[in-house]
Design a protein around this ligand. Structure first.
Ligand code: NAP
Length: 535
């Protein structure tokens, strides 16, 4: 074999672990996973911030490819906490004996396609160079932490942390004044937990956000048993829905029912909680008037929960339609503002000017804090790929290829980058889907594709350039059929990172529909991809 490995996989989270198992144990390939962290788990290894928990319901947030894995695992709560998901992924790594093929503490800093070798030369931070026929990125969509460049941060004498690279030993907030920046899914989870520990929490809000109560609690034992007894039913269910979740969107429009019934439906959905709220009506994400009814309902709830009218007004002053930014779910987020030790600063009205030795300054004052928590999100979907300094055929850099935004074929491959697969890459449903469901579909597609290549003695695959152009149009078209692009500042569009090209990145046409497109292309002998023989 002219290569050190048949395939190198970057990342040992949900996607990397399953891809390793599939290529090694189904296709008998020599595979190595390179992982920057000191353990497996990916997102769940890094994101240990207070309150970190998954928004997908536990019984759908696991692999479905193995009945044994399902049978021998017990989720304890309706939504799994960070520590439990991390335990789950370690359980998978042990059960499938994956560890020997995972190289931890190894950050990939370069990957170059060598046309003569017909493979990849991958460089690690500690100077290793490894070659492989295939390079598979399993780096996750939300892995490149984004700390905004606020002047003066280096002068700050306290501690600061980004939620996505949280210290393993935890942070002691007792007796501390904490400033938190960010009100996305992460920030909304942190607030109640930090508020309960800290002396004082000041939340710096730039964009007010919708949130639905999670109503977390112990896992329903009947449901747990039912999943173990009928794993195929649940697998089929999550794979047949728009967002890969274990529930269907109600087949009714808001206008099908009168106002009183709308309210009753929203009340029921609010009481049930979680991402299911979005499924109350089928047109919430496609019709502005329909969306307004959900938005008004939630804003009224915020005003009902939050006692101080000024604070409630700021929290409910939301500038985008419901669910056009990833909708958070929470455990007592809005209730936290009724505590004496929590205050809200509206930095849209009075922006942060700088940070100094003792705290955060806005245009109307200075807020002394001991600890700053950046819940400021990620350079999503492309950041971690670009950080690897990837160059494709004839030295084309991925940064150049994506200078106007990420163009891919199906979110799986990029023209000019042969034998590279991007699991849950831009242009695939990825973050609009329950992640393990999107991941399984991608891993299985890639495995079948590589198996097809082996069977047909093919050594090189890449998409035809025009297919990437066409798919980019498809991705735009799918987004434009929804209200999603109306959230102008969302990370779906790359708008949260200064200088990042604006392009709607995930595929919004629905998971089940997307999967059927991928299947069809595979059945047509991978139409749109070009192959050549082994060198
Ligand atoms: P995010 O959604 O990008 O939110 C970042 C927050 O930081 C926003 O409120 C943003 O304000 C604010 N921000 C950024 N720069 C700022 C600045 N310079 N000044 C003031 N505010 C600033 O990031 P995230 O909350 O980490 O969530 C990212 C994604 O991760 C989620 O959408 C979700 O897909 C995933 N996630 C999932 C879970 C879960 O399943 N439980 C939990 C956490 C995260 P603007 O809105 O004004 O930009």
């Amino acid at each position: 074999m002219p290569y050190d490995f048949d395939a190198l996989i970057v990342g040992a989270g949900f996607s990397g672990l399953y891809q390793l198992h599939s290529l090694r144990d189904q296709l008998g390939m020599k595979v190595r996973v390179l992982e920057a962290g000191a353990g497996v788990g990916g997102t769940w290894y890094w994101n240990r911030y207070p309150g970190a928990r998954c928004d997908s319901e536990s019984h759908s947030y696991n692999y479905f490819f193995s009945k044994d894995l399902i049978k021998n695992w017990e989720w304890s709560e309706r939504y799994p906490g960070q520590a439990e998901v991390l335990r789950y992924l370690n359980y998978v790594a042990d059960t499938l004996s994956l560890r020997d093929d995972i190289q931890l503490n190894t950050r990939v800093v370069g990957a170059a396609f060598d046309d003569e070798l017909c493979g990849w030369r991958v460089t690690t931070q500690d100077g290793q160079e490894l070659t492989s026929q295939f390079l598979i990125s399993a780096v996750g969509c939300l892995s490149s932490a984004n700390i905004p460049s606020i002047p003066g941060l280096d002068d700050f004498r306290g501690q600061y942390y980004h939620t996505g690279t949280w210290p393993h030993e935890g942070v002691n907030f007792a007796g501390k004044r904490v400033g938190q920046i960010g009100t996305g899914s992460t920030g909304i989870q942190c607030v109640p937990v930090i508020a309960a520990e800290a002396d004082h929490l000041t939340l710096f809000q730039r964009t007010a956000n919708f949130s639905i109560p999670a109503h977390n609690g112990p896992m329903d034992p009947d449901l747990r048993e039912d999943v173990k007894k009928n794993p195929d039913f649940y697998k089929e269910l999550v794979r047949s829905t728009t967002n890969g979740h274990p529930f269907r969107i109600a087949p009714r429009k808001v206008s099908d029912v009168d106002e009183q019934e709308q309210t009753e439906i929203y009340e029921k959905a609010w009481a049930k909680g979680g991402l299911r709220f979005r499924a109350a009506f089928e047109d919430l994400l496609s019709n502005q008037e329909a969306n307004d009814t959900a938005a008004d309902f939630i804003k009224a709830k915020i005003k009902e929960i939050v006692k101080d009218p000024e604070t409630a007004k700021k929290l409910a002053d939301i500038d985008h339609p419901f669910a056009t930014k990833r909708p958070p779910i929470d455990t007592h987020y809005f209730e936290s503002f009724n505590r004496d030790n929590v205050s809200l600063v509206d930095v849209r009205a009075r922006p942060i000017t700088h940070i100094d030795e003792t705290g955060i300054a806005t245009t109307d004052g200075h807020h002394e804090v001991d600890i700053i928590v950046f819940a400021t999100g990620f350079d999503a979907m492309t950041g971690s790929l670009l950080r690897m300094n990837i160059t494709g055929s004839h030295g084309l850099s991925l940064a150049e290829a994506w200078s106007e935004g990420p163009k891919t074929y199906l979110g799986l491959q990029v023209a000019g980058f042969p034998n590279m697969f991007t699991l849950t890459g831009p242009g695939s449903p990825s973050v609009l889907c329950n992640m393990p469901v999107a991941i399984e579909q991608h891993v299985e597609w890639v495995t079948q594709c590589i198996s097809f290549m082996k069977d047909n003695d093919l050594g090189r695959i890449e998409p035809e350039a025009h297919q990437c152009e066409e798919w980019a149009k498809e991705v735009n078209k799918a987004a434009d059929a929804t209200l999603l692009p109306k959230a102008k500042h969302s990370w779906y569009l790359g708008a949260n990172v200064p200088g990042k090209p604006r392009m709607f990145m995930p595929y919004a046409g629905g998971f089940a529909h997307y999967a059927s497109i991928c299947d069809q292309i595979a059945q047509e002998n991978y139409k749109g991809f070009s192959f050549s023989r082994r060198p």
